[in-house]
Write a protein that binds this ligand. Structure first.
Ligand code: FE
Length: 335
C-alpha cells in the first residue's frame, strides 16, 4: 500500500475567530501560525496538521495523504494518470505553504481536492496543546480520519480503493450504508456514508491518548450551547469511545479514545451488522424516527451480548490486581 496516512486537512471558514477559539479551547490544538486570512494548528511534532483559511463559505478545502518519498509520489501520480485522473504538480510556493517537500493534487469523484505529499516538516519546538491534554495519537496512524456523506459509494470505491489503494475495513448496511477504509493500522482513515444527495463533509476525527482528555473535552463542549452533536458513545467497528462536536464550520469533529488497530496485511473486510454504535452516540440532529431505529438496534445488540475489550496503548492504562473473590471464581468456572 503506497499511501501511509492522513497527514493534514485544510478547511474553508467564514470565521477564523470562531475556529481559533474552538480548535485550541475545546480540541486542545496548538495555534502554530496566524495571518489575516489563515490559521494553522499543530497536534504533534509536525509543523501543521490543520489549516483553516478565510473564505465566503465553510467546508473542506483539501485532504493531505502522505506517501513515503518522492519516488512513491511519482508512482502514485502515474497510477492516477493511468486511471484517467488529471494530476497537478504542486509548485514550490504551495509545498512551502503545506510545509512539505513535494505534492501533487487531484479531484476525487465528489470534487474534493485530494493532495498526496511527502516530506512533512517537523518542528524543533515541543507541541504545546491549547488546553491541558495528554496528547494526540498520531505517528504512523496519521492525524485521524475523515468521513464524507456521498451520493454514490461505488464511485468513491473506484477512486479510493481501486486507484489510491485504500483497504476496506468493513461496511454497514443499517441504519445507513457506510464504507470504512484503512491506509495503516488505524481501523479507518477515511469513510463514506451514503447520503443519496449532495456530497457533504460529515466529520473528521482526532484520537486522544487518554480517555480523560475526551471526557474533559466533553465537559467543555457541553457548556457551549449547541456544541454537542452526538453524545458520548462507543463505535461498534473501530471501538472508539467518542463524542461529536459541531465545529464553527457546521460539520462535525469526532473526539475519541481507544480506537482499534487492524493489520492491513491480513485484515478481511466484512459487514458490521451491529450498526454504528455499541452504546450512546445519541445523534441529536436526527429525526425522532431515525433515533428510534438506532435505539432499537442498540437494545437488540445489547441483549445479544455485544461487548468488546477496551483498546489501550502503553502508558494509558493500569492493570488492577484481581482482588475480587467472586470474579476470580467466576473466571475459573467460565474457563
Ligand atoms: Fe468517525
Amino acid at each position: 500500500m503506497t499511501i501511509q496516512a492522513l497527514g493534514y486537512i485544510g478547511l474553508h471558514a467564514t470565521s477564523l475567530d470562531d475556529w481559533g477559539g474552538f480548535a485550541t479551547g475545546v480540541l486542545g490544538l496548538q495555534l502554530a501560525g496566524r495571518s489575516n486570512s489563515e490559521l494553522s494548528f499543530r497536534m504533534d511534532d509536525r509543523k501543521q496538521r490543520l489549516v483553516v483559511a478565510r473564505d465566503a463559505a465553510d467546508g473542506p478545502a483539501f485532504f493531505g495523504w502522505e506517501v513515503a518519498d518522492a519516488a512513491a509520489l511519482d508512482g502514485m501520480a502515474a497510477r492516477l494518470e493511468v486511471g484517467g485522473i488529471a494530476v497537478h504538480r504542486g509548485d514550490a510556493a504551495l509545498c512551502d505553504r503545506r510545509r512539505v517537500r513535494g505534492l501533487i493534487h487531484v479531484a476525487d469523484p465528489f470534487g474534493n481536492r485530494v493532495e498526496l505529499f511527502h516530506g512533512a516538516a517537523t518542528s524543533d519546538e515541543a507541541f504545546r496543546p491549547g488546553r491541558c491534554i495528554s496528547g494526540f495519537r498520531t505517528g504512523p496512524l496519521g492525524m485521524g480520519h475523515a468521513v464524507m456523506l456521498v451520493r454514490d459509494i461505488a464511485a468513491g470505491l473506484a477512486f479510493y480503493r481501486d486507484i489510491l489503494g485504500f483497504g476496506v475495513s468493513d461496511w454497514i448496511e443499517k441504519p445507513f450504508r457506510g464504507y470504512f477504509m484503512h491506509v495503516n493500522g488505524r481501523h479507518h482513515s477515511f469513510a463514506m456514508l451514503e447520503s443519496g444527495g449532495a456530497t457533504v463533509f460529515h466529520h473528521f476525527m482526532m484520537e486522544l491518548f487518554n480517555l480523560d482528555d475526551v471526557g474533559q473535552g466533553y465537559d467543555i463542549a457541553g457548556e457551549q450551547d449547541g456544541r454537542i452533536a452526538t453524545t458520548l458513545g462507543r463505535h461498534a467497528n473501530d471501538l472508539m469511545t467518542s463524542f461529536y462536536a459541531k465545529t464553527p464550520g457546521g460539520f462535525m469533529v469526532e473526539y475519541g479514545w481507544g480506537g482499534r488497530v487492524v493489520d492491513p496485511a491480513t485484515h478481511q473486510a466484512a459487514v458490521c451488522d451491529a450498526g454504528p454504535s455499541i452504546w450512546g452516540h445519541e445523534r441529536l440532529r436526527m429525526t425522532d424516527d431515525q433515533r428510534a431505529e438506532q435505539h432499537a438496534m442498540k437494545r437488540q445488540m445489547a441483549e445479544a451480548g455485544l461487548r468488546a475489550p477496551v483498546q489501550v496503548v502503553e502508558g494509558n492504562f493500569a492493570m488492577a490486581p484481581g482482588e475480587c473473590a467472586w470474579w476470580e471464581q467466576a473466571k475459573v468456572a467460565l474457563s
